[in-house]
Design a protein around this ligand. Structure first.
Ligand code: GDP
Length: 323
């Protein structure tokens, strides 16, 4: 059954999943759809691995390792131990239960199934109440031009622990990729109330999504408020290389830079109190709150604020003409 209302969250992995979980808990059942980055996806040991989709599956399915924010809580590593013993590549950690998803996904994709369809089935099996929508069914790969040469995303992020300095990014395959019918249905639906950009890494997690021309156009054509939650707190990233990449690209790590990054797309920005003084003169309406989501209650609170902010903009018809 199609829900009366839909809120579309746009997410990468760990940072995004925190807000997605909050949104799922504060919205009526079935009203959340999550558009997920697949630019991090890669083929490793012959397996198709979709780290951000899996983080959302595990988080919304209630099986995530809460300390890490990724992987499963109840996990064993027999495969990894043996792989190491056999001299195989051990830089990307694969738990035994986690592995099942990659094996099944690889098998089903090879049999011609679409990533969107099998993700929906995985979500159902994990008891996820929200719709999980990959950004495309065709592969897109985030590639980083760094001082250590061009790197595939997981080599930069996991193997080299984000150490190389980033000079530019590109999203191979994005120009040819198409948004899925399921996603376009959400974006064109009268039920759509708001779009919320989670506090994911704008460069690594949100830009690959926006790089798909048909998707970006449909998003910009939507007549609902689009708001973002800033991934910075006090000019720093809670986790990961967001602020480091901003510095390397010559951009100040501030809410103004986040607003500028999403200029022509967003109608409002949620920022942390710690950045309030930097927020003056921003080009979009701003809501200031404590955006650190350590506990479940934090996630629900930030989610409620984001939903209310979007509803206020909607009521005031504050939808900017999008570039
Ligand atoms: P991803 O981009 O969603 O895959 O997630 P990462 O774990 O790589 O983190 C991306 C961004 O999320 C970083 O810039 C973090 O600062 C931000 N982030 C993580 N947790 C929080 C949080 O609790 N509050 C806010 N505002 N940002 C967060």
């Amino acid at each position: 059954m199609t829900p009366a209302n839909t809120v579309l969250a746009i997410s990468g992995g760990v940072g995004g999943a925190k807000l997605a979980l909050g949104l799922e808990r504060v919205l009526p059942a079935g009203e959340l759809a999550v558009l997920v980055n697949t630019g991090d996806d890669f083929t490793h040991l012959g397996l198709r691995i979709c780290p951000d989709l899996d983080t959302l599956l595990y988080t919304l399915g209630g099986v995530v390792h809460t300390g890490q924010g990724w992987g499963r809580a109840d996990e064993s590593f027999c495969f990894m131990d043996e792989l190491r013993r056999q001299g195989g590549p051990d830089w990307f950690l694969l738990g035994d239960r986690d592995l099942v998803l990659h094996v099944e996904r690889t098998r089903r994709l090879a049999a011609g199934e679409r990533l969107t369809a099998l993700t929906a089935e995985f979500a159902q099996r994990f008891g996820v109440r929200s719709r999980l929508l990959p950004m495309s069914d065709s592969p897109v790969a985030t590639l980083l031009d760094t001082d250590a040469g061009e790197l595939e995303f997981q080599h930069y992020f996991v193997r080299l622990r984000c150490t190389p300095a980033v000079r530019a990014l590109r999203f191979a395959g994005a120009a040819q990729a198409r948004p899925t019918e399921e996603l376009l249905n959400v974006l064109h639906s009268k039920a759509l109330q708001a779009v919320i950009l989670c506090p994911s890494n704008p460069y690594l997690s949100i830009d690959p999504i926006l790089a798909i021309p048909g998707l970006s156009a449909a998003l910009r054509a939507s007549q609902v408020p689009i708001i973002a939650v800033s991934p910075l707190i006090g000019g720093r990233a809670v986790k990961g290389p967001t602020a480091k990449i901003m510095q390397e690209l010559g951009v100040q790590a501030s809410p103004a830079s986040i607003a500028a990054h999403y200029a022509g797309l967003i109608d409002g920005l949620v920022i942390d109190h710690a950045d309030a003084t930097d927020a003056r003169g921003l080009s979009v309406p701003v809501v200031c709150t404590d955006t650190l989501m350590s506990t479940l209650a934090d996630r629900e609170r930030v989610a409620s604020i984001a939903v209310e902010f979007a509803a206020t903009l909607r009521a005031r018809a504050v939808i900017r003409s999008r570039a």
